[in-house]
Design a protein around this ligand. Sequence first.
Ligand code: CP
Length: 312
Amino acid sequence: MKHLLTLRETSEADMRYLLDTATAFREILSRPVKKVPTLRGRAMITCFYENSTRTRTSFEMAAKIMSAEAINIAVAQSSVAKGESLKDTMLTLQALKADCIIIRHPASGAAQFAAEHLGIPIVNAGDGRHEHPTQGLLDMLTIRQEKNEIEGLTVAIVGDIMHSRVARSNIWGLTKLGATVRLIGPRTLLPHDAEQLPVQIFDDLRAGLDGADVVNVLRLQTERMEKGLLPSLREYSRLFGVTAGSLKAAKPDVLVLHPGPMNRGVEISADVADGKGGIRSAIETQVSNGVAVRMAVLYLLMSAQGASAHEL
Ligand code: CP
């Protein structure tokens, strides 16, 4: 693996390696002193053309825990604001001797474009509506941690599938590891190629949740949405909002995920988000696992090949 651009193109073996490595790294996060020398002398640069709390911060933490330099480009204050192109920006960061670039961009394919023009590892931290592979991996790590195995599970992804790069990474990652994936949402919020994806499709929430082991609730991405896709937020919430009541259709021990940020009271009720009343919400575990997964990704792409994570 030279880059991490999509889970569609990542082999099952590489995904299992990353998940096993992240599992080993979780122990480092529970140490009083969270520091290992593994990536000393290496430099990671994050370049986010869209806002982020979880992804950018966890990449920075992952690099620092592994003793790498972590540099963030504040895109709005950078020469991008003077019109510098994506290609020239990437070439500049490479010339500054970055060992790895983490990029988030509103255009699908931006990370692939960067990878084609650079000789250093590129990690896609979300490109348009396309993929968000490290989110897919941390979701899988959380499911494996909570349910022991992914193979044989039914995972329901609910909500704004059309605009979700998280959904696509989940679909490719989970199906490669043997899960059945259902997409649940209004037809207007399904991607145009939904019928070609390896999924089952439902436009009724309770039917889609019937017997599900895991429900991954997606944010309504109103910032990417054209007008007319939804009658109203109230109507959407009534039909597709995940609540304690709608979860009764799923298995009693259903695991609830959400990639964040959440619109509480729209796609997910506050009691479900907070795991009240015996509901198994793993939303905070997902965030913690994001650091371990990004450590594993940086380790794989930036360290000398062949070392074992278990030696750290
Ligand atoms: N899940 C996710 O990508 O969150 P951020 O936008 O906060 O990084």
